[in-house]
Design a protein around this ligand. Structure first.
Ligand code: NDP
Length: 451
């Protein structure tokens, strides 16, 4: 049995119920097989065994009081996965589905993503099964304060620097940072995604969505193509989706879809700039549902279906797919439908949105397939730029941050292509991203000895 198979078997045996984590480990390790032969020193130092084991995982009680005065209890998590190349870094997710398996999968992916950005950041992730939907601002604030009361012991500007993710946007980061500042009596860059007035970076809100489109544009360019006049399907209606739509519009494409966890809207005319502004206001300020978009613009709305189901069932033609909602949103059947409907490029704004079988369909049909850890790395890269600005006590201009983001996305794209080619799989972005991200971290781990 190869060392890769042994490690995968051990992960499954040790934590048999962590399906999402298994999926992420298998996806990464299987593509790392060629590194085993090239780097016997990694095998001898137990790098493959060590990289799948978090440095530590903290699970904690989060008690808080709701608007009725009743005590509620949620569970909090912070998984500090790997700090070989920099402080732990990765977002916080508030969603009822959050459990240790999901946080471990996200933290594991984050190691390679952060390494790809070329910035000195390790990998981590955190969250809670708290659902901000339907809660008042006061309830969200009290929850965030209770969450930070415990989290603050484990994080720090040089130790572990969380950011947002699903369910954690500007409002939540404000409450979390405000409480950290209060109880630690320090104003440092301990969280990223902060508001502009208190240490945030310009372009951080836009960065994941913009970076996704920059990466997709690089992939398209390898085949002499671009976004102009292309029909683009976007899923989600949150932070990543909103700014992906905005950037596709700037590049001349037409986005025909968005969704939330309750419905999908299809707008064949395109979600133009005005409609995108409305969507942002609807989701970020009114915290409404996408069916209100359908009511306002008289478009079709499919309740209880995601974008990819609708595209398959309605046979909608799509050139480019940008899944920006959540993990495993595209299954093999929907992937086959995308291929049949003419899709040429899938760039993952979300983390692991395509199931392993869906990825296989994309690769077998020679689509341009960009995995989340490379495509959506612009968010954490810009968080890294926020950390640099915080330590320098400076704020860079919008143009400076955006041009650095573009350069980073181009460099990640090139690293993926170079690594894939060096290991004999030209054009395989998945293998390229995994190997390029892994090699740097593995070399650092090797240098430290067995720690
Ligand atoms: P948000 O919470 O801002 O938005 C998520 C969107 O996806 C919401 O519209 C949500 O619907 C929708 N959604 C969630 N679950 C489902 C589901 N099961 N079916 C259909 N729609 C669903 O999160 P983000 O935009 O920040 O994150 C989206 C993805 O991008 C995640 O995978 C995240 O890990 C990844 N990512 C985010 C980064 C960031 O900087 N924010 C960085 C890198 C990756 P509803 O409104 O109903 O909740």
């Amino acid at each position: 049995m190869s060392v890769i198979d042994e490690v995968i078997e051990k992960v499954k045996r040790t934590d048999p119920d962590q399906n999402e984590f298994h999926q992420a480990v298998i996806e990464v390790l299987e593509t790392l097989a060629p590194t085993v032969e090239k780097h016997p020193e990694f095998v001898n130092a137990g790098i493959y065994e060590r990289i799948v084991e978090p440095e530590r995982a903290v699970i904690f009680r989060v008690p808080w009081v709701d608007d009725k005065g009743e005590v509620q209890v949620n569970r909090g998590f912070r998984v500090q996965f790997n700090n070989a190349i920099g402080p732990f870094k990765g977002g916080i997710r508030f969603h009822p589905s959050v459990n240790l398996s999901i946080i471990k999968f996200l933290g594991f992916e984050q190691i390679f993503k952060n390494s790809l950005t070329t910035l000195p950041m390790g990998g981590g992730k955190g969250g809670s099964d708290f659902d901000p939907k339907g809660k008042s601002d006061g309830e969200v604030m009290r929850f965030c304060q209770a969450f930070m009361r415990e989290l603050c012991r484990h994080i720090g500007a040089e130790t572990d620097v969380p950011a947002g993710d699903i369910g954690v946007g500007a409002r939540e980061i404000g409450y979390l940072f405000g409480y950290y500042k209060k109880i630690r009596n320090e104003h440092t860059g301990v969280l990223t995604g902060k508001g502009l007035d208190y240490g945030g970076s310009l372009v951080r809100p836009e960065a994941t969505g913009y970076g996704t489109v920059y990466f997709a544009a690089e992939m398209l360019a390898t085949r002499g193509l671009d976004f102009k006049d292309k029909t683009v399907a976007v899923s989600g209606a949150g932070n990543v989706a909103q700014f992906a739509i905005e950037k596709v519009n700037q590049m001349g494409g037409r986005v025909i879809s968005a969704c939330d966890s309750t419905a999908t809207v299809i707008d064949e005319q395109g979600i133009d700039d005005d409609k995108c502004c409305y969507l942002m206001e609807l989701k970020n300020i009114h915290r409404g549902r996408v069916n209100e978009y359908a009511d306002k613009y008289k478009t079709v709305c499919y309740e209880d279906k995601n974008v990819w189901d609708v595209i398959r069932e309605q046979g909608i033609k799509v050139d480019i797919a940008l899944p920006c909602a959540t993990q495993n949103e595209i299954d093999a059947e929907n992937a086959e439908a995308l291929v049949k409907n003419g899709c040429i490029c899938v760039a993952e704004g979300a983390n692991m949105p395509s199931s392993p079988a869906a990825v296989k369909v994309f690769q077998e049909n020679n689509l341009l397939y960009g995995p989340g850890k490379a495509v959506n790395a612009g968010g954490v890269a810009t968080s890294g730029l926020e950390m640099s600005q915080n330590s320098q006590k400076l704020s860079w201009t919008r143009e400076e941050v955006d041009s650095r983001l573009l350069l980073i996305m181009k460099s990640i794209h090139q690293s993926c292509l170079d690594a894939a080619e060096a290991y004999g799989k030209k054009g395989d972005y998945l293998m390229g991203a995994n190997i390029a991200g892994f090699t740097k971290v593995a070399n650092a781990m090797l240098a430290y000895g067995v720690v």
